[in-house]
Design a binder for this molecule. Structure first.
Ligand SMILES: Cc1cc2nc3c(=O)[nH]c(=O)nc-3n(C[C@H](O)[C@H](O)[C@H](O)COP(=O)(O)OP(=O)(O)OC[C@H]3O[C@@H](n4cnc5c(N)ncnc54)[C@H](O)[C@@H]3O)c2cc1C
Length: 494
Protein backbone atom coordinates (compact mmCIF):
# COMPACT_ATOMS: atom_id res chain seq x y z
CA UNK A 1 0.00 0.00 0.00
CA UNK A 2 1.16 3.55 -0.63
CA UNK A 3 0.81 6.83 1.26
CA UNK A 4 -1.05 9.93 0.13
CA UNK A 5 2.24 11.72 -0.58
CA UNK A 6 3.26 8.94 -2.99
CA UNK A 7 -0.16 9.29 -4.66
CA UNK A 8 0.36 13.06 -4.99
CA UNK A 9 3.86 12.50 -6.40
CA UNK A 10 2.49 10.17 -9.07
CA UNK A 11 -0.10 12.75 -10.10
CA UNK A 12 2.57 15.41 -10.50
CA UNK A 13 4.43 13.19 -13.01
CA UNK A 14 1.47 12.58 -15.32
CA UNK A 15 1.39 13.90 -18.89
CA UNK A 16 -0.63 17.11 -19.31
CA UNK A 17 -3.95 16.27 -20.99
CA UNK A 18 -6.44 18.07 -18.72
CA UNK A 19 -8.34 21.14 -19.96
CA UNK A 20 -10.13 23.55 -17.64
CA UNK A 21 -11.42 27.11 -18.13
CA UNK A 22 -9.77 27.29 -21.54
CA UNK A 23 -6.33 26.16 -20.35
CA UNK A 24 -4.27 22.99 -20.53
CA UNK A 25 -3.39 22.22 -16.91
CA UNK A 26 -1.53 19.65 -14.80
CA UNK A 27 -3.26 16.73 -13.09
CA UNK A 28 -2.37 18.26 -9.72
CA UNK A 29 -3.42 21.83 -10.61
CA UNK A 30 -4.63 23.80 -7.53
CA UNK A 31 -8.15 24.01 -9.01
CA UNK A 32 -8.46 20.29 -8.36
CA UNK A 33 -7.03 20.46 -4.83
CA UNK A 34 -10.40 19.56 -3.25
CA UNK A 35 -10.74 16.38 -5.30
CA UNK A 36 -7.10 15.40 -4.70
CA UNK A 37 -7.64 15.82 -0.94
CA UNK A 38 -10.60 13.43 -1.16
CA UNK A 39 -8.57 10.66 -2.81
CA UNK A 40 -5.66 11.35 -0.42
CA UNK A 41 -8.04 10.52 2.46
CA UNK A 42 -8.44 6.97 1.13
CA UNK A 43 -4.72 6.50 1.83
CA UNK A 44 -4.48 8.64 5.00
CA UNK A 45 -7.38 6.91 6.75
CA UNK A 46 -5.44 3.64 6.65
CA UNK A 47 -2.24 5.12 8.10
CA UNK A 48 -4.06 7.29 10.69
CA UNK A 49 -3.82 5.61 14.15
CA UNK A 50 -7.30 6.96 14.95
CA UNK A 51 -8.70 4.38 12.51
CA UNK A 52 -6.62 1.41 13.71
CA UNK A 53 -9.78 -0.40 14.91
CA UNK A 54 -11.15 -0.27 11.36
CA UNK A 55 -8.15 -1.90 9.70
CA UNK A 56 -10.17 -5.00 8.69
CA UNK A 57 -12.69 -2.78 6.96
CA UNK A 58 -10.21 -0.49 5.23
CA UNK A 59 -7.86 -3.24 4.03
CA UNK A 60 -8.27 -6.76 2.67
CA UNK A 61 -6.19 -9.80 1.67
CA UNK A 62 -5.69 -10.01 -2.09
CA UNK A 63 -7.11 -13.26 -3.50
CA UNK A 64 -4.36 -13.09 -6.16
CA UNK A 65 -1.24 -12.53 -4.05
CA UNK A 66 -2.35 -13.07 -0.44
CA UNK A 67 -0.91 -9.64 0.39
CA UNK A 68 -2.63 -6.95 2.44
CA UNK A 69 -4.15 -4.35 0.09
CA UNK A 70 -6.33 -1.26 0.24
CA UNK A 71 -9.93 -2.54 0.13
CA UNK A 72 -10.66 -0.13 -2.73
CA UNK A 73 -8.50 -2.46 -4.90
CA UNK A 74 -10.14 -5.70 -3.70
CA UNK A 75 -12.36 -8.29 -5.42
CA UNK A 76 -15.19 -9.38 -3.10
CA UNK A 77 -14.52 -12.97 -2.05
CA UNK A 78 -17.41 -13.30 0.40
CA UNK A 79 -20.51 -11.72 1.89
CA UNK A 80 -18.25 -10.33 4.63
CA UNK A 81 -16.21 -8.50 1.96
CA UNK A 82 -19.36 -6.88 0.56
CA UNK A 83 -20.42 -5.80 4.05
CA UNK A 84 -16.92 -4.42 4.74
CA UNK A 85 -16.94 -2.48 1.45
CA UNK A 86 -20.26 -0.90 2.41
CA UNK A 87 -18.94 0.08 5.88
CA UNK A 88 -15.66 1.37 4.43
CA UNK A 89 -17.62 3.56 2.00
CA UNK A 90 -19.79 5.08 4.75
CA UNK A 91 -16.79 5.58 7.06
CA UNK A 92 -14.54 7.22 4.46
CA UNK A 93 -17.33 9.45 3.08
CA UNK A 94 -17.80 10.77 6.65
CA UNK A 95 -14.18 11.97 6.59
CA UNK A 96 -14.69 14.21 3.55
CA UNK A 97 -18.38 15.11 3.86
CA UNK A 98 -19.32 13.62 0.50
CA UNK A 99 -18.24 11.30 -2.32
CA UNK A 100 -15.03 9.36 -1.62
CA UNK A 101 -14.12 9.01 -5.30
CA UNK A 102 -12.67 5.49 -5.38
CA UNK A 103 -15.85 3.42 -5.52
CA UNK A 104 -16.08 3.66 -9.33
CA UNK A 105 -12.78 1.79 -9.52
CA UNK A 106 -13.66 -1.00 -7.08
CA UNK A 107 -17.06 -1.47 -8.73
CA UNK A 108 -15.58 -1.65 -12.22
CA UNK A 109 -12.88 -4.18 -11.25
CA UNK A 110 -15.47 -6.42 -9.58
CA UNK A 111 -17.79 -6.30 -12.59
CA UNK A 112 -14.88 -7.09 -14.93
CA UNK A 113 -13.76 -9.97 -12.74
CA UNK A 114 -17.17 -11.65 -13.10
CA UNK A 115 -17.82 -10.98 -16.79
CA UNK A 116 -14.32 -11.65 -18.16
CA UNK A 117 -14.59 -15.14 -16.62
CA UNK A 118 -18.04 -15.76 -18.14
CA UNK A 119 -16.97 -14.63 -21.63
CA UNK A 120 -13.98 -16.98 -21.53
CA UNK A 121 -16.26 -19.83 -20.51
CA UNK A 122 -18.45 -19.29 -23.58
CA UNK A 123 -15.89 -18.22 -26.19
CA UNK A 124 -12.61 -19.75 -24.96
CA UNK A 125 -11.02 -16.29 -24.88
CA UNK A 126 -8.41 -15.23 -22.33
CA UNK A 127 -9.89 -12.05 -20.93
CA UNK A 128 -9.96 -13.23 -17.33
CA UNK A 129 -6.26 -14.09 -17.23
CA UNK A 130 -5.40 -10.72 -18.80
CA UNK A 131 -7.64 -8.94 -16.34
CA UNK A 132 -6.10 -10.69 -13.34
CA UNK A 133 -2.57 -9.91 -14.58
CA UNK A 134 -3.46 -6.25 -14.89
CA UNK A 135 -5.24 -6.32 -11.50
CA UNK A 136 -2.19 -7.78 -9.74
CA UNK A 137 -0.17 -4.69 -10.67
CA UNK A 138 -3.10 -2.39 -9.86
CA UNK A 139 -3.34 -3.88 -6.37
CA UNK A 140 0.43 -4.00 -5.85
CA UNK A 141 0.81 -0.30 -6.69
CA UNK A 142 -2.37 0.67 -4.77
CA UNK A 143 -3.67 2.51 -7.85
CA UNK A 144 -6.82 4.54 -8.35
CA UNK A 145 -9.24 4.07 -11.25
CA UNK A 146 -12.16 6.03 -12.64
CA UNK A 147 -14.92 4.15 -14.39
CA UNK A 148 -15.94 5.53 -17.77
CA UNK A 149 -19.31 3.94 -18.38
CA UNK A 150 -21.67 6.78 -19.37
CA UNK A 151 -21.41 7.48 -23.09
CA UNK A 152 -22.39 10.90 -24.40
CA UNK A 153 -25.27 9.01 -26.09
CA UNK A 154 -26.45 11.58 -28.68
CA UNK A 155 -30.18 11.34 -29.38
CA UNK A 156 -31.45 9.32 -26.42
CA UNK A 157 -34.05 7.05 -28.09
CA UNK A 158 -31.55 5.89 -30.76
CA UNK A 159 -29.33 2.87 -30.19
CA UNK A 160 -25.52 3.16 -30.59
CA UNK A 161 -25.54 1.83 -34.17
CA UNK A 162 -28.47 4.12 -35.10
CA UNK A 163 -26.78 7.42 -34.11
CA UNK A 164 -25.87 9.84 -36.91
CA UNK A 165 -22.30 9.77 -35.56
CA UNK A 166 -21.08 6.31 -34.40
CA UNK A 167 -18.60 7.97 -32.00
CA UNK A 168 -21.44 9.06 -29.69
CA UNK A 169 -20.88 5.71 -27.98
CA UNK A 170 -17.25 4.62 -27.46
CA UNK A 171 -16.39 1.86 -29.94
CA UNK A 172 -13.53 -0.05 -31.53
CA UNK A 173 -12.47 1.58 -34.81
CA UNK A 174 -9.50 -0.62 -35.67
CA UNK A 175 -8.15 -4.03 -34.71
CA UNK A 176 -4.38 -4.47 -34.99
CA UNK A 177 -2.11 -7.42 -34.36
CA UNK A 178 -1.10 -6.03 -30.96
CA UNK A 179 -4.35 -4.43 -29.77
CA UNK A 180 -7.35 -2.26 -30.61
CA UNK A 181 -8.00 1.43 -31.29
CA UNK A 182 -11.03 3.03 -29.63
CA UNK A 183 -12.84 6.27 -30.37
CA UNK A 184 -15.65 8.25 -28.71
CA UNK A 185 -16.29 10.11 -25.46
CA UNK A 186 -17.60 9.36 -21.99
CA UNK A 187 -19.21 12.01 -19.82
CA UNK A 188 -19.47 12.96 -16.10
CA UNK A 189 -16.46 10.75 -15.32
CA UNK A 190 -15.84 11.46 -11.65
CA UNK A 191 -12.32 12.02 -10.32
CA UNK A 192 -10.85 10.89 -13.67
CA UNK A 193 -8.33 13.78 -13.97
CA UNK A 194 -6.80 12.90 -10.61
CA UNK A 195 -6.77 9.11 -10.85
CA UNK A 196 -4.31 6.88 -12.68
CA UNK A 197 -6.47 4.53 -14.73
CA UNK A 198 -9.69 4.77 -16.68
CA UNK A 199 -11.72 1.58 -16.90
CA UNK A 200 -13.87 1.84 -20.01
CA UNK A 201 -17.00 -0.29 -20.19
CA UNK A 202 -20.32 -0.21 -22.06
CA UNK A 203 -23.23 1.85 -20.89
CA UNK A 204 -26.20 -0.28 -21.98
CA UNK A 205 -27.44 -3.57 -23.43
CA UNK A 206 -26.16 -4.08 -26.97
CA UNK A 207 -27.62 -5.80 -30.03
CA UNK A 208 -25.79 -8.10 -32.43
CA UNK A 209 -25.03 -5.20 -34.80
CA UNK A 210 -23.24 -3.53 -31.91
CA UNK A 211 -20.13 -5.71 -31.43
CA UNK A 212 -17.71 -2.75 -31.89
CA UNK A 213 -19.39 -0.98 -28.96
CA UNK A 214 -18.93 -4.02 -26.69
CA UNK A 215 -15.54 -3.02 -25.35
CA UNK A 216 -13.99 -3.11 -21.90
CA UNK A 217 -10.41 -2.07 -21.26
CA UNK A 218 -8.01 -0.30 -18.92
CA UNK A 219 -6.27 2.89 -20.11
CA UNK A 220 -3.76 5.11 -18.28
CA UNK A 221 -5.42 8.49 -17.73
CA UNK A 222 -2.57 10.33 -19.45
CA UNK A 223 -2.40 7.96 -22.46
CA UNK A 224 -1.83 9.41 -25.95
CA UNK A 225 -5.16 10.39 -27.50
CA UNK A 226 -6.97 10.78 -24.14
CA UNK A 227 -8.17 14.31 -23.39
CA UNK A 228 -10.12 15.38 -20.31
CA UNK A 229 -12.29 18.50 -20.25
CA UNK A 230 -12.89 19.05 -16.57
CA UNK A 231 -15.38 20.73 -14.31
CA UNK A 232 -14.11 20.89 -10.71
CA UNK A 233 -15.62 22.30 -7.53
CA UNK A 234 -14.49 22.79 -3.99
CA UNK A 235 -16.11 23.18 -0.56
CA UNK A 236 -15.05 26.61 0.67
CA UNK A 237 -14.83 25.78 4.35
CA UNK A 238 -13.23 27.86 7.04
CA UNK A 239 -9.63 26.71 6.76
CA UNK A 240 -8.34 29.61 8.81
CA UNK A 241 -10.59 28.53 11.67
CA UNK A 242 -9.51 24.88 11.61
CA UNK A 243 -11.91 23.13 9.22
CA UNK A 244 -10.32 20.14 7.44
CA UNK A 245 -10.02 20.00 3.67
CA UNK A 246 -10.86 21.69 1.43
CA UNK A 247 -12.65 18.78 -0.25
CA UNK A 248 -14.21 18.79 -3.67
CA UNK A 249 -14.92 17.03 -6.93
CA UNK A 250 -13.51 16.87 -10.46
CA UNK A 251 -15.68 15.38 -13.22
CA UNK A 252 -14.61 15.18 -16.84
CA UNK A 253 -15.79 14.74 -20.36
CA UNK A 254 -13.21 12.13 -21.38
CA UNK A 255 -12.38 12.03 -25.08
CA UNK A 256 -10.80 8.96 -26.64
CA UNK A 257 -9.35 10.27 -29.87
CA UNK A 258 -8.19 7.04 -31.54
CA UNK A 259 -6.59 5.57 -28.42
CA UNK A 260 -4.52 2.42 -28.84
CA UNK A 261 -5.07 -0.29 -26.19
CA UNK A 262 -2.71 -3.30 -26.20
CA UNK A 263 -4.35 -6.75 -25.89
CA UNK A 264 -3.05 -7.14 -22.31
CA UNK A 265 -5.50 -4.46 -21.21
CA UNK A 266 -8.54 -5.48 -23.31
CA UNK A 267 -11.13 -7.38 -21.24
CA UNK A 268 -14.01 -7.51 -23.76
CA UNK A 269 -13.95 -6.96 -27.49
CA UNK A 270 -17.04 -7.61 -29.58
CA UNK A 271 -19.00 -10.15 -27.50
CA UNK A 272 -22.07 -7.91 -27.57
CA UNK A 273 -24.33 -9.94 -25.25
CA UNK A 274 -21.71 -9.68 -22.51
CA UNK A 275 -21.38 -5.92 -23.14
CA UNK A 276 -24.91 -5.44 -21.77
CA UNK A 277 -24.24 -7.79 -18.86
CA UNK A 278 -21.09 -5.89 -17.93
CA UNK A 279 -22.96 -2.58 -18.06
CA UNK A 280 -25.69 -3.89 -15.75
CA UNK A 281 -23.24 -5.54 -13.39
CA UNK A 282 -21.11 -2.42 -12.95
CA UNK A 283 -24.33 -0.48 -12.24
CA UNK A 284 -25.31 -3.13 -9.68
CA UNK A 285 -22.00 -2.98 -7.82
CA UNK A 286 -22.11 0.81 -7.98
CA UNK A 287 -25.61 0.91 -6.52
CA UNK A 288 -24.37 -1.31 -3.72
CA UNK A 289 -21.60 1.23 -3.07
CA UNK A 290 -24.32 3.86 -2.90
CA UNK A 291 -25.84 1.92 0.03
CA UNK A 292 -22.72 3.11 1.88
CA UNK A 293 -22.18 6.60 0.48
CA UNK A 294 -25.78 7.79 0.38
CA UNK A 295 -26.36 7.00 4.07
CA UNK A 296 -23.07 8.81 4.76
CA UNK A 297 -24.29 11.85 2.84
CA UNK A 298 -27.56 11.75 4.79
CA UNK A 299 -25.57 11.44 8.04
CA UNK A 300 -23.72 14.63 7.04
CA UNK A 301 -27.00 16.43 6.29
CA UNK A 302 -28.66 15.10 9.46
CA UNK A 303 -25.70 16.27 11.54
CA UNK A 304 -25.80 19.64 9.79
CA UNK A 305 -29.52 19.98 10.52
CA UNK A 306 -29.01 19.11 14.21
CA UNK A 307 -26.11 21.57 14.40
CA UNK A 308 -28.17 24.35 12.81
CA UNK A 309 -31.02 23.63 15.23
CA UNK A 310 -28.59 23.94 18.14
CA UNK A 311 -27.12 27.20 16.82
CA UNK A 312 -30.64 28.57 16.42
CA UNK A 313 -31.68 27.36 19.90
CA UNK A 314 -34.52 25.22 18.51
CA UNK A 315 -33.11 21.72 18.96
CA UNK A 316 -35.87 20.62 21.36
CA UNK A 317 -38.73 21.78 19.11
CA UNK A 318 -41.05 18.94 18.02
CA UNK A 319 -40.85 19.73 14.29
CA UNK A 320 -37.04 19.58 14.40
CA UNK A 321 -37.06 16.15 16.05
CA UNK A 322 -39.64 14.89 13.55
CA UNK A 323 -37.47 16.04 10.63
CA UNK A 324 -34.32 14.51 12.09
CA UNK A 325 -36.17 11.21 12.52
CA UNK A 326 -37.24 11.40 8.87
CA UNK A 327 -33.63 11.81 7.74
CA UNK A 328 -32.44 8.95 9.96
CA UNK A 329 -35.12 6.71 8.41
CA UNK A 330 -33.78 7.49 4.93
CA UNK A 331 -30.14 6.79 5.79
CA UNK A 332 -30.78 3.65 7.78
CA UNK A 333 -33.30 2.20 5.32
CA UNK A 334 -30.74 2.63 2.53
CA UNK A 335 -27.95 1.18 4.66
CA UNK A 336 -30.07 -1.71 5.96
CA UNK A 337 -31.10 -2.59 2.44
CA UNK A 338 -27.44 -2.61 1.44
CA UNK A 339 -26.75 -5.09 4.24
CA UNK A 340 -29.61 -7.23 2.95
CA UNK A 341 -28.14 -7.00 -0.56
CA UNK A 342 -24.81 -8.33 0.76
CA UNK A 343 -26.42 -11.09 2.84
CA UNK A 344 -28.37 -12.25 -0.22
CA UNK A 345 -25.29 -12.08 -2.46
CA UNK A 346 -24.41 -15.02 -4.73
CA UNK A 347 -21.05 -16.42 -5.79
CA UNK A 348 -20.32 -16.04 -9.50
CA UNK A 349 -18.26 -18.53 -11.54
CA UNK A 350 -15.10 -16.47 -11.00
CA UNK A 351 -15.60 -16.68 -7.23
CA UNK A 352 -16.51 -12.99 -6.99
CA UNK A 353 -19.59 -12.24 -4.87
CA UNK A 354 -22.45 -10.31 -6.48
CA UNK A 355 -24.99 -8.39 -4.35
CA UNK A 356 -28.76 -8.83 -4.64
CA UNK A 357 -30.33 -6.88 -7.51
CA UNK A 358 -33.61 -5.83 -5.92
CA UNK A 359 -32.17 -4.71 -2.58
CA UNK A 360 -29.39 -2.65 -4.25
CA UNK A 361 -31.79 -0.93 -6.59
CA UNK A 362 -34.47 -0.30 -3.94
CA UNK A 363 -31.84 1.36 -1.75
CA UNK A 364 -30.37 3.52 -4.52
CA UNK A 365 -33.79 4.60 -5.78
CA UNK A 366 -34.97 5.50 -2.28
CA UNK A 367 -31.85 7.62 -1.73
CA UNK A 368 -32.23 9.28 -5.14
CA UNK A 369 -35.82 10.34 -4.70
CA UNK A 370 -35.12 11.73 -1.21
CA UNK A 371 -32.01 13.78 -1.90
CA UNK A 372 -33.66 17.16 -2.51
CA UNK A 373 -36.02 16.59 0.42
CA UNK A 374 -33.01 16.28 2.74
CA UNK A 375 -31.61 19.62 1.55
CA UNK A 376 -35.13 21.02 1.95
CA UNK A 377 -35.14 19.98 5.64
CA UNK A 378 -31.66 21.38 6.25
CA UNK A 379 -32.43 24.76 4.69
CA UNK A 380 -35.74 24.95 6.56
CA UNK A 381 -34.05 24.46 9.95
CA UNK A 382 -30.94 26.54 9.11
CA UNK A 383 -32.90 29.62 8.05
CA UNK A 384 -31.48 31.91 5.35
CA UNK A 385 -28.03 32.54 6.79
CA UNK A 386 -26.09 29.89 4.77
CA UNK A 387 -27.16 31.81 1.65
CA UNK A 388 -26.07 35.28 2.75
CA UNK A 389 -23.28 34.62 5.26
CA UNK A 390 -20.66 37.41 5.13
CA UNK A 391 -17.30 36.32 3.75
CA UNK A 392 -14.63 34.85 6.02
CA UNK A 393 -12.38 37.89 5.40
CA UNK A 394 -15.08 40.11 6.96
CA UNK A 395 -15.19 37.89 10.03
CA UNK A 396 -11.45 38.23 10.34
CA UNK A 397 -11.32 41.98 9.60
CA UNK A 398 -10.96 43.88 12.97
CA UNK A 399 -13.18 46.66 11.63
CA UNK A 400 -16.22 44.46 10.85
CA UNK A 401 -15.67 41.55 13.25
CA UNK A 402 -17.16 43.25 16.37
CA UNK A 403 -20.39 43.91 14.48
CA UNK A 404 -20.58 40.35 13.21
CA UNK A 405 -19.90 39.01 16.72
CA UNK A 406 -22.67 41.19 18.12
CA UNK A 407 -25.31 40.62 15.44
CA UNK A 408 -24.67 36.99 14.47
CA UNK A 409 -25.04 35.76 18.05
CA UNK A 410 -27.80 33.18 18.56
CA UNK A 411 -28.00 30.38 21.15
CA UNK A 412 -25.85 31.72 24.07
CA UNK A 413 -24.58 28.16 24.71
CA UNK A 414 -22.77 28.19 21.35
CA UNK A 415 -19.72 30.44 21.01
CA UNK A 416 -19.74 33.02 18.25
CA UNK A 417 -16.72 31.30 16.62
CA UNK A 418 -18.59 28.01 16.51
CA UNK A 419 -21.65 29.73 15.10
CA UNK A 420 -19.43 31.14 12.37
CA UNK A 421 -17.78 27.74 11.74
CA UNK A 422 -21.14 25.94 11.64
CA UNK A 423 -22.78 28.35 9.18
CA UNK A 424 -19.65 28.52 7.00
CA UNK A 425 -19.61 24.72 6.72
CA UNK A 426 -23.35 24.44 6.12
CA UNK A 427 -23.01 27.08 3.42
CA UNK A 428 -20.31 24.92 1.82
CA UNK A 429 -22.31 21.70 1.89
CA UNK A 430 -25.72 23.09 1.00
CA UNK A 431 -25.33 26.37 -0.85
CA UNK A 432 -22.28 26.17 -3.12
CA UNK A 433 -21.09 24.92 -6.51
CA UNK A 434 -20.27 21.60 -4.98
CA UNK A 435 -23.63 21.31 -3.18
CA UNK A 436 -25.40 21.62 -6.54
CA UNK A 437 -23.18 18.90 -7.98
CA UNK A 438 -23.87 16.63 -5.00
CA UNK A 439 -27.60 17.09 -5.52
CA UNK A 440 -27.40 16.08 -9.19
CA UNK A 441 -25.07 13.23 -8.23
CA UNK A 442 -27.67 12.16 -5.66
CA UNK A 443 -30.23 11.78 -8.42
CA UNK A 444 -28.19 10.49 -11.36
CA UNK A 445 -24.89 9.04 -10.07
CA UNK A 446 -25.03 5.27 -10.49
CA UNK A 447 -28.08 5.62 -12.73
CA UNK A 448 -31.21 7.78 -12.59
CA UNK A 449 -34.18 6.57 -10.44
CA UNK A 450 -35.88 5.47 -13.68
CA UNK A 451 -33.02 3.02 -14.32
CA UNK A 452 -33.41 1.57 -10.84
CA UNK A 453 -37.13 1.22 -11.47
CA UNK A 454 -36.39 -0.77 -14.63
CA UNK A 455 -33.98 -3.03 -12.71
CA UNK A 456 -36.49 -3.57 -9.90
CA UNK A 457 -39.38 -4.39 -12.23
CA UNK A 458 -37.14 -6.73 -14.25
CA UNK A 459 -36.26 -8.78 -11.17
CA UNK A 460 -39.36 -8.62 -8.99
CA UNK A 461 -42.10 -11.22 -9.27
CA UNK A 462 -45.24 -9.08 -9.30
CA UNK A 463 -47.29 -12.16 -10.34
CA UNK A 464 -46.47 -13.74 -6.99
CA UNK A 465 -47.87 -10.72 -5.16
CA UNK A 466 -50.97 -10.94 -7.35
CA UNK A 467 -51.39 -14.56 -6.33
CA UNK A 468 -51.28 -13.55 -2.66
CA UNK A 469 -54.07 -11.06 -3.38
CA UNK A 470 -56.06 -13.60 -5.39
CA UNK A 471 -55.97 -16.17 -2.58
CA UNK A 472 -57.19 -13.59 -0.11
CA UNK A 473 -59.95 -12.56 -2.53
CA UNK A 474 -61.02 -16.18 -3.01
CA UNK A 475 -59.92 -16.30 -6.68
CA UNK A 476 -58.53 -19.74 -7.62
CA UNK A 477 -54.73 -19.81 -8.06
CA UNK A 478 -52.72 -22.54 -9.74
CA UNK A 479 -50.02 -24.28 -7.69
CA UNK A 480 -49.21 -24.46 -4.01
CA UNK A 481 -48.26 -21.44 -1.90
CA UNK A 482 -44.62 -21.34 -0.88
CA UNK A 483 -42.98 -18.56 1.05
CA UNK A 484 -40.22 -17.10 -1.02
CA UNK A 485 -38.53 -13.75 -1.51
CA UNK A 486 -40.31 -11.88 -4.26
CA UNK A 487 -37.21 -10.30 -5.74
CA UNK A 488 -35.03 -13.30 -6.38
CA UNK A 489 -31.52 -12.86 -7.77
CA UNK A 490 -31.24 -15.40 -10.57
CA UNK A 491 -28.42 -17.91 -10.50
CA UNK A 492 -26.82 -16.30 -13.52
CA UNK A 493 -25.33 -13.01 -14.50
CA UNK A 494 -28.42 -10.98 -15.28
C1 LIG B 1 -22.10 14.17 -10.49
C2 LIG B 1 -22.18 12.96 -11.38
C3 LIG B 1 -21.14 12.03 -11.36
C4 LIG B 1 -21.17 10.93 -12.21
N1 LIG B 1 -20.09 10.06 -12.24
C5 LIG B 1 -20.03 9.10 -13.19
C6 LIG B 1 -18.85 8.29 -13.34
O1 LIG B 1 -17.89 8.42 -12.59
N2 LIG B 1 -18.82 7.38 -14.34
C7 LIG B 1 -19.86 7.20 -15.19
O2 LIG B 1 -19.77 6.35 -16.08
N3 LIG B 1 -20.99 7.95 -15.08
C8 LIG B 1 -21.10 8.88 -14.11
N4 LIG B 1 -22.24 9.65 -13.98
C9 LIG B 1 -23.29 9.47 -14.98
C10 LIG B 1 -24.62 8.95 -14.49
O3 LIG B 1 -24.62 7.55 -14.37
C11 LIG B 1 -25.63 9.46 -15.53
O4 LIG B 1 -25.78 10.85 -15.30
C12 LIG B 1 -26.96 8.78 -15.48
O5 LIG B 1 -26.84 7.44 -15.90
C13 LIG B 1 -27.95 9.51 -16.41
O6 LIG B 1 -27.40 9.63 -17.70
P1 LIG B 1 -27.39 11.06 -18.41
O7 LIG B 1 -26.78 12.05 -17.49
O8 LIG B 1 -26.79 10.89 -19.75
O9 LIG B 1 -28.91 11.45 -18.52
P2 LIG B 1 -29.92 10.95 -19.64
O10 LIG B 1 -29.70 9.50 -19.92
O11 LIG B 1 -29.89 11.91 -20.77
O12 LIG B 1 -31.27 11.09 -18.87
C14 LIG B 1 -32.12 12.26 -18.91
C15 LIG B 1 -33.56 11.77 -18.85
O13 LIG B 1 -33.87 11.10 -20.09
C16 LIG B 1 -34.43 9.82 -19.81
N5 LIG B 1 -34.00 8.93 -20.89
C17 LIG B 1 -32.73 8.67 -21.29
N6 LIG B 1 -32.71 7.80 -22.33
C18 LIG B 1 -34.00 7.52 -22.59
C19 LIG B 1 -34.64 6.68 -23.56
N7 LIG B 1 -33.95 5.96 -24.45
N8 LIG B 1 -35.97 6.63 -23.54
C20 LIG B 1 -36.69 7.34 -22.64
N9 LIG B 1 -36.15 8.15 -21.70
C21 LIG B 1 -34.83 8.23 -21.68
C22 LIG B 1 -33.86 9.42 -18.46
O14 LIG B 1 -34.67 8.47 -17.78
C23 LIG B 1 -33.83 10.77 -17.73
O15 LIG B 1 -35.07 11.03 -17.15
C24 LIG B 1 -22.27 10.73 -13.08
C25 LIG B 1 -23.33 11.65 -13.07
C26 LIG B 1 -23.29 12.75 -12.23
C27 LIG B 1 -24.44 13.72 -12.27
Amino acid sequence: MITSSEYRKRLSKMRRNVYMKGQLIDHDHPRMEGAVNVIAKTYDTITNPEFKDYEDILTAKSHLTGKKINRFCHIHQSIVDLLAKQRMTRLTCHQVGGCIGRCMGIDAINANSVISYEVDRVYGTEYHKRFENWLKEFQEKDCTAACAQTDVKGNRPWRPHEQLDPDLYVHVVETKSDGIVIKGAKVHISYSPIEEWILVLPTRRLTKEEGPWAVSCAIPVDEDGVKLIVSAAIYETSNKMGAPGPFGSADALVIFDNVFVPWERVFLNGEYEFGGQLALLFALYHRHSYTGCKPAMTDVLTGATALMAECNGIEKEAHVREKLAEMICTSELCYGTGIAAAINAWKSGSGTYVPDIVYCNVSRRHAGINIYHEYDILSDIAGGMPATLPREEDWLNPETRPFLEKYMMRNPNVSIDDIHRAFRWVQAISCSDLAGIMQYAGIHGGGSPRMEQIAIMGSYDVEKTKNIAKRLAGIPVEGKYSFDRLGVTPEGIE
